[in-house]
Design a protein around this ligand. Structure first.
Ligand code: ADP
Length: 385
């Protein structure tokens, strides 16, 4: 009999479903892909999209009925305070994820739909939810609570949850490996810089603070999101600007960040314009970097001792300019970037600091799918499921 060692990872978004089939026995990926533009003609809904993925897998000889398939791992954005670890999906679990929809109205519904359809396709197969928030569940109360009236905060579940947790977890552990140390023995600051961007302070493998909050809007400057701002800005825009809640939501989530500052949300284009002497792009770049440096300094104080600052995701892995600017002139922090190493392009986890740097600076490509597969496999392999 074939050992069931494969995990199908599904990331169901509102208009796309990404999938990867990962074999935990040898790390191979027999299939991966994405169905986009769900809601349009060829894929009117998630059911047709997942049926297409099932057909594609079957066509490659690795269909959903394959005996090698051990489980399906689903990315779920918001686990609230209820889910702090990867969880085997039952009817009850799914009901609780539904109750969390008000906390992530843009994300959880699509995640839930993906789970429902996958369970219909393979009702007998273990399916596991891996939450984007779970890694941040260890953040101490004094870092998770906003300084507002506690009763109001609790009534509306307002607190810092944090996101990109699967990535921060994977990257912080992989960084420890790169340093040749155990995760328990290192303190790391992770900058996950993609379209969305967040920072995390990880002490001995445990997350102690992160920049995203109740929603993925807080913290760093992002492609189209503002990150931190005076909360009274919203009131001002409402009272003086006459903007509605939906208009402000749209402004801060979709028309702000690098796009709002300079008209481009892709860091490649911003960097090209900076090099061509474009002042608006330069200011946007400077604002982006200034925010990174504030979090770098803040999390250094939070951690006390930092072993590594690590960059990941689209911008973090590829933009030598951002890494250089974020760490420039920080010798007092023990940070000494090596310009030649930083400029090298590579897909491998690597150090970009000089051997003299007390704090290592690293680039570690993230792999959220592998982390979801790993966590899914560990849930189904543990006895207590
Ligand atoms: P997501 O957050 O959607 O998963 P990614 O992590 O793939 O996205 O990051 C996408 C972003 O990475 C792009 O918007 C772009 O700004 C940036 N990026 C990709 N390649 C480069 C590059 N070579 N230089 C600078 N930025 C890059």
């Amino acid at each position: 009999m074939t050992a069931a060692t494969r995990v199908l990872v599904l990331n169901s978004g509102s208009s796309s479903v990404k999938y990867q089939l990962i074999d935990m026995a040898d790390g191979s990926r027999p299939a991966s892909g994405m169905v986009e533009r769900i809601g349009e003609q060829s894929f009117p809904d998630h059911a047709t999209a997942l049926a297409a993925i099932a057909d594609e897998l079957a066509g490659k000889g690795v269909g959903l009925d394959s005996p090698a398939l051990a489980a399906i791992g689903h990315r779920v954005v918001h686990g609230g305070t209820r889910f702090t670890a990867p969880t085997l999906i039952t009817d009850q679990v799914l009901d609780t994820v539904r109750e969390l929809v008000p906390l992530a109205p843009l994300h959880n519904p699509a995640n839930i739909t993906g789970i429902e359809i996958a369970r219909k396709l393979r009702p007998d197969l273990p399916q596991v939810a891996v939450f984007d928030t779970a890694f941040h569940a260890t953040i101490p109360e004094y870092a998770a609570r906003y300084a507002i009236d506690s009763e109001t905060a609790d009534r509306f579940s307002v607190r810092r949850y944090g996101f990109h947790g699967t990535s921060h977890q994977y990257v912080s552990r992989r960084t420890a490996e790169l340093l040749g140390k155990s995760p328990e023995s290192v303190n790391v600051i992770v900058f996950h810089l993609g379209n969305g961007a967040s920072a995390a302070a990880v002490a001995g493998g445990v997350c102690v603070d992160t920049s995203m909050g109740l929603t993925p809007l807080e913290g760093l400057v992002m492609g189209t999101r503002s990150g931190d701002l005076d909360p009274a800005v919203l009131l001002h825009l409402h009272r003086v600007g006459g903007m509605s809640a939906d208009e402000i939501d749209d402004l801060l989530n979709r028309r702000s960040g690098m796009l709002g500052l300079c008209g481009d949300n892709d860091m490649r284009e911003v960097t090209r314009r900076v090099q061509a002497g474009d002042e608006r792009a330069q200011l946007a770049f400077d604002i982006y970097v200034h925010r990174l440096r504030k979090y770098l300094g803040g999390y250094t104080a939070v951690l006390g001792r930092v072993d590594a600052v690590v960059f990941t995701a689209g911008v973090g892995e590829n933009s030598a300019e951002v890494r250089a600017a974020a760490t420039a002139g920080l010798d007092a922090f023990g940070i000494d970037l090596d310009p030649a190493l930083n400029a090298l392009r590579s897909k491998a986890p690597r150090l970009v600091s000089s051997p003299l740097s007390r704090v290592a600076v690293a680039v570690v490509p993230t792999d959220e799918e592998l982390e979801i597969a790993r966590q899914t496999f560990s849930v189904i392999s543990s006895g207590d499921r």
